[in-house]
Design a protein around this ligand. Structure first.
Ligand code: DMJ
Length: 636
């Protein structure tokens, strides 16, 4: 031994060269090391008893079994071999405990422990079944995906045996192929949403990540799931439907939304979508979630007139109107488009509060003076007076008119007040807003007080389908006129598509000396995957059987494929007149709910959602008709 420092060294040298250290400690040091190792092992072992799970456990047998179980779970790390199994159910350890218990079988405490142990074994077994993730969600980076993007893959959810309500296959093979094509589009849209934006509101199909429109507030609420679920169901995409159902059951949380959310959008997309799923499946999770969400909307109705504000904060219940809306008014197309969902929700839950709220809105609207029989777009919820006298069949007005007709249909034609209000409103609209261009195109112009603005929104193109439905559901002296206008309006809307380079239509189009059915301002040239034109093709085809509507629908499919399809989903376009249109990188949730659903129905036969059984809400979620449709599922 050579003393080279304060501490002794046991370095050995061979031929003057140091050799690696071998185990050559003196016995005093060896016993110290041994004691340290034993103490360490002891500490590790006793630690199990201080885990929170054991600290609280009641019976000692149970605790021991838990310790054993915990060790078993950590087995591979601790290198403790599993105990040999004495029978299928119990470990040797458990058998030993039982034998001990047999010795003392008259002791009620120990018998209690045995039962607890058995229960624990069963419970553990159960737990394993429950804990197995229904949806194996994994997130990873993929080549070709922009940095920061997350890819989600989801294994199919548990298979539910929902009754199948699909069908509607056309007898013509060529039509069936077109429908299959639409289903493929839905697959592309959905799968990419799942991959890149699962749980977010919408998908950015070019940059492959989540997107959220401000109408949904600042928290992700899975808008594309809630809006797209019934389309998946109708198309028979049951694995995907079950994925969405599991998300609704386990992830959808509306209690912690601390931002302003649109009452109208949440109602038509979320409440409407969930209620359709409930009608189709009878699965109460959909009804209950719809009710939870609707409850969050109720505070918005607490105004002096009962006309709801546009925005509500789910968490605080405070509500307000948009600052830009004439004198902080509520908007006709928003507060006038709540009736179908709220009335149906009352009937399936047995709680009348929802129906009462929309009945109050109806009462205000039926009693108020209407300038020239028309409904302005703005109404002040505090004074109950109209704001600016702007009228439109497009933005800010549109679906109010739709819900008058459809509330009457939904009620099995008992809500005659709604039908009367619809007919009166349409008479005024046709008198004051319906125009014919120099070349003979019909369109609904907009009114700003007494001034006519010769502009029609893409949104207003739903009115072709609506008027056709009005014509066919009540044979009165207006029917022929309704059908005639329905065909003319749908023709004009098709022209707005046909006159663009992409064969998709602009957001608004104008009628001037020089141009007809064309957008003039660059701010009106975009197409955001809207459904209204296709919606009218669907109604007109079903109600007239004129093949041209299917042809027009197929033109739209081809245009969507050519210009809107992106590697990561479908995108809107910034300018439909451009030869190389730029994509806007948003896949709107209504593309799943409406555009693809209406295309699918256009290439289906009449048995899929017949009009005498179902009525489509403004977001294309079919709701059953009361009294005639067994899927109404009214609470008893
Ligand atoms: C949809 O959310 C509904 O159709 C609504 O009534 C207005 N338009 C959008 C889609 O364009």
């Amino acid at each position: 031994m050579s003393a080279t420092g304060i501490l002794p060294t046991y370095q050995r040298f061979v031929n003057g060269m140091p050799v690696p250290l071998r185990r050559s400690f003196p016995s005093r040091v060896r016993s110290v090391i041994c004691m340290v190792v034993v103490t360490f092992c002891l500490i590790c072992f006793t630690t199990f008893f201080y885990l929170p799970e054991f600290k609280n456990s009641g019976g000692r047998v149970e605790s021991m079994y838990k310790v054993y179980d915990q060790i078993k779970r950590s087995g591979p790390d601790l290198l403790i071999p599993p105990p040999p199994q004495l029978d299928d159910t119990h470990s040797k350890e458990a058998q030993r405990i039982f034998r001990h218990e047999d010795d003392a079988k008259n002791d009620p405490h120990i018998i209690g422990d045995r039962e607890k142990l058995k229960a624990k074994i069963e419970e553990d077994h159960e737990l394993k079944v429950l804990e197995r993730p229904d949806q194996a969600v994994t997130e990873k980076k993929e080549p070709g995906v922009p940095s920061g993007a997350v890819v989600t893959t989801i294994a199919p959810g548990p298979s539910k045996n929902y009754p199948i309500r699909q069908g509607g296959e056309d007898s013509d093979d060529a039509v069936r192929k077109k429908r299959d094509k639409v289903k493929d589009m839905m697959k592309h849209a959905w799968e990419n949403y799942v991959r890149y934006a699962w749980g977010k509101n919408e998908l950015k199909p070019v940059s492959k990540r989540g997107h959220s429109h401000s109408v949904f507030g600042t928290q992700p609420l899975g808008a594309s799931i809630l809006d797209g679920l019934d389309t998946l169901y109708i198309m028979g995409m049951m694995d995907e439907f079950n994925q969405g159902r599991e998300w609704v059951a386990k992830e959808l949380d509306v209690d912690n939304v601390l931002s302003d959310v649109s009452v109208f959008e949440v109602n038509i997309r979320f409440v409407g979508g969930l209620l359709t799923c409930y009608a189709l499946t009878g699965d109460t999770i959909f009804r209950d979630k719809a009710q939870q969400i609707a409850d969050k909307l109720l505070p918005a109705f607490n105004t002096p007139t009962g006309i709801p504000n546009a925005l509500v904060n789910f968490k605080t219940g405070s509500s307000k109107n948009y600052g830009w809306a004439s004198g902080s008014s509520s908007i006709l197309s928003e507060f006038g488009t709540l009736h179908l969902e709220m009335a149906y929700l009352s009937d399936v839950t047995g709680n009348t509060i929802y129906r009462n709220k929309v009945d109050k809105v109806r009462q205000v609207l039926s009693q108020i003076d209407k300038p020239n029989g028309l409904y302005p777009n703005y109404l002040n919820p505090r004074s109950g007076k109209w704001g600016q006298h702007h009228m439109s069949m497009g933005a800010l007005g549109d679906s109010f008119y739709e819900y008058l007709l459809k509330a009457w249909l939904q009620s099995s034609k008992e809500d005659t007040e709604a039908r009367q209000m619809f007919d009166d409103a349409m008479a005024a609209v046709m008198k004051h807003m319906l125009q014919t261009s120099p070349s003979g195109l019909s369109y609904f112009a907009e009114l700003k007080f007494d001034r006519v603005e010769h502009k029609m929104d893409h949104l207003a193109c739903f009115s072709g389908g609506l008027l056709a439905l009005a014509a066919k559901t009540l044979n009165n002296d207006m029917s022929a006129r309704y059908m005639d206008v329905a065909k003319q309006i749908t023709h004009t809307c098709h022209e707005s598509y046909d006159r663009s380079y992409t064969k998709l239509g602009p957001e608004s189009f104008r009628f001037t000396e020089g141009a007809e059915a064309r957008a003039l301002k660059s701010s009106e040239k975009y197409y955001i995957l809207r459904p209204e034109v296709i919606e009218s093709y669907f109604y007109l085809y079903r109600l007239t059987k004129d093949e041209k509507y299917r042809d027009w629908g197929w033109e739209a499919v081809q245009a969507l494929e050519k210009y809107c399809r992106a590697p990561g989903g479908y995108s809107g376009l910034k300018n439909v007149y451009s030869e190389e249109p730029q994509q806007d990188d948003v896949q709107q949730s209504f593309f799943l709910a409406e555009t693809l659903k209406y295309l699918y129905l256009l290439f289906s036969d009449d048995n899929l959602f017949p009009f005498d059984q179902w009525v489509f809400n403004t977001e294309a979620h079919p709701l059953p008709i009361k009294g005639v449709n067994p899927f109404y599922r009214e609470s008893v």
